[in-house]
Every structure is written in C-alpha cells, then in structure tokens.
Design a protein around this ligand. Sequence first.
Ligand code: SDX
Length: 427
Amino acid sequence: MSRTAHETPGVPEPRTAAGKNVVQAELAVSEPVMGRPAVAAADLAREGYLVYDPGLADTAICRSEITYIDGDAGILLYRGYPAQQVAEKCTFLQTAHLLTTGELPTGAQEERWLARIAASTLPANPVWGPLFDAMPAGTHPMAMLAAATSVMTSLAPDGASAIEQAGFDLLATMPALAAHAFARVEDRPRRPYDPSAGYVENFLHMCFGDSPVATDPAMVHALETLLVLHADHEQNCSTATLRLVSSSNAGFFSSVSAALSALWGPLHGGANQAVIEMLQAIRDDGGDLGKYVAKAKDRNDPFRLMGFGHRVYRTFDARARVIREVAREVCGKAAHDPLLDMALELEEIARNDEFFLERKLYPNVDFYSGLIYRAMGFPVEMFTALFAVGRAPGWIAHWTEAATAPERRIGRPAQLYTGPATRDLQF
Ligand code: SDX
C-alpha cells in the first residue's frame, strides 16, 4: 500500500470512529484502468466538506492516459509500455511521438514526424543571440530556459494548429536553448544548430563541438537513454504546475516556462545538481558517509540525502536501476570519478538501514544521473536543464490532454482557513 494521508507527516490524523467530527457519506467511486480508485470531492462538497491534502499526495487532479506509475512495484509505463523497454528499443523522438500521440510511429509517420521537427525555424531564430548575451553572468541555466521559453510565445505562430506546431517547436528548440545556456555559463561563442544531424548528436555538438563526447556512440546512447527516461512522470510538481497554469488559458510556452521554474527546485528536478553538490561536500568534509547518513536520520537536522526518496515510489525508482548501469558504463570510460564510488556506497548503506527501509527511501532518478552528466563534461548547473530537455515531450502531452479535457476548468484550489474570525476595527 502506498503511503496515504494519515502516514504523510504534517497531514492531521483523520478522526477515529471514537472521536468527534466523524462524517459518513455515500461517495461514488471512479475506477481507473490501473491504480487506486477515487471518490469525487464534489460528492463531499455536496455534504459541505472539503478534502484536505496539502501535498496533493492523495488527490487526483485529472484523468490521464499518458503515463502510469505503480510506486509499490516500481513500475513506470509510457502509454502502457514499460519505460525501461522504451529506453532500450526507442529513440527519444520516437518516445516523444508515443507520449504525445499515444502510439509509436510507423516508418512513414516517423519520417513526417522528424521532418516537422527539423522544419521548425525557432531554434535558429536570430533573437537567441542577443537574449542569451543579455543574461547576467552567473544566471542559472534554468532561469535562462524559463525566460527563453516565455519569449517563444511571441515567436511561435498562432492559430488552430498552434499547439501541434508548438509541440514541434519546443522539441526542436529545447536542446538549442540548453546549448545556448551552456555557452553563456562557459562565456564562450554559441555553436550553430544543425537539424541535419541526429537529435542527440546535434545537441552534444552544440555543447561540446567536435570533442570525443559529441561523437562517441556510447555517450550519444547514454544521453538518449537519459532523455527517454526523463520524458514523462505523471503529475509531478512541474507537470502539475504546467496543467494549473494552462488552465487559465495562459498559453503553451508560458505554461512550459512555469514548469521549468517548478522543475528547478532541489526537491524536484534540481536534485540532480544537489546530489553532486552533496557528494562533493561530503568528500570535502573528509568523506565520512556514516556522519552524513546520521545527519539525514536526525529529525533536528535539515540535511537530506539528495537523490533519495520519492512521493510515489516505495521501492527503487523504475528509472534509477537503468541510470545506475549507464553511470557505471559512462563513468568507466571517463577518468575515475570518486563520487561514483561514494554514491554506490551510500546506496548500499541506506539500503541496509532501518530508517530508510522503514520510510521506503530508495535512490530516485536524480541520484545517479548527475554522475553521467558530470562524466560527459557538463557543469552541475546544467544538470536540471538536461532534465528539462528530456521532459519536453511529457509537457507537450499533458498540455494537449489538459487543453482538450471535457472537464477542463480553471484550477482554483480551496483552503482550510485558520486565521482570525470576523472582527471589527476598534477605532
Ligand atoms: C524528482 O514526483 C515526481 O515524479 C518527480 C520526479 C519526476 O520524474 O518528475 O521523479 C523527479 O523530483 C525526484 C525527487 C528528487 N528529489 C530529491 O531527491 C530530494 C530528496 N528527497 C526528499 O526531499 C523527498 O523524498 C521528496 C521531496 C522526494 C519526497 O518528499 P515527500 O513525499 O513529501 O516525503 P516527506 O518529505 O514527507 O518524507 C517522509 C519521511 C520524513 O521522515 P519522518 O517525518 O517520517 O520521520 O521520509 C524522510 C522525511 O524526513 N525523508 C528523508 C528523505 N526523503 C524523505 N530523509 C532523509 N533523506 C531524504 N532524502
């Protein structure tokens, strides 16, 4: 059983039958294809009640056909296919076709799909040069991506086919924007976008020029695998943010910009950067892993083991096992990285420690991915931007699904008011 409200810290225990404030109501149950059934909050509202669920851990905000996670079994499905199989057998753009259309492309469909992405004019738009040059030194790549995607609203065509074209524009442009952000971080000239090259090859060339990492098939395959495994993940914080922002008809690229800002947080996509910074801090402090595991277990200590734990997974994150093996391969080709040894040892310690086992805290997608990006030569501040390049297909799929949902309405959550009762000014 995954953790329900009464097990989630900070959420009040429901009243027991022996307590007061117990309500009984007849609630209609909605049965999903897979996963927990739901009762409609509207039925509780008719009884005069709200649902209180501050982290939305037990609240379904929509119906979705795109991705399914079984957190207890560590299963991740992309339109019904296990993500590990998709990562093994499909390219990132085939995965994007699967997530956004519901099926993998046939030969002719794939050619048309690739042609539409290559035909996008946005990656080479002359606006990017002045825009990225204007970014102040030290600007984080996620801030650059949030700004640039917001600007895409004024560059992309409007009209009926807008969302389909916007999806192609985003898939084509995200790698270019990430590469431009990397150039700004390194304060060096940007490299040209080359749609005739492979999607991943073009991105690595824009980032590293003709250096071996951009031409080594093992590195290309490693990044392609990472992009596929990051492509979607149900109603995570940034995708739910995208849906909420899109519900005000704010527009596709504005919704993506908001999702990028949510993904940046170190509890979410920013964790891949935080994991490496944590390992470096432990190494610089003498490398005593036991000391930091003890800090993570100390409730009076704010230190968390970054890259561990997940809102949904109660076992290994379906993606982490694959990414761990890719990390071994890629790090094995690069100069030895002591941080990989530390990560593997940390995983071993945590997997044999009651505190982590009891709370079902396992390595998540971010625990090993940063080691791969580091071995490729990316600076830590680029890691979450790489996560974002992978997540673009999921954002396109969810935006499209939300835009066409029959029960679409503006998102406007309620609250439990705990402030002062009505009172009059006494002057
Ligand atoms: C991603 O949602 C998604 O799908 C996201 C994602 C995606 O693909 O989009 O999978 C990507 O964001 C992965 C998660 C990356 N974040 C991190 O690695 C940051 C470290 N992890 C934690 O901060 C935490 O585990 C979260 C944020 C991931 C989940 O937080 P929850 O579900 O709110 O869990 P919680 O904070 O309520 O923790 C429950 C218990 C607490 O202890 P008790 O109060 O029961 O004593 O577990 C403890 C927590 O203190 N705990 C940790 C811990 N994570 C939870 N203790 C030490 N180290 C940790 N990492």
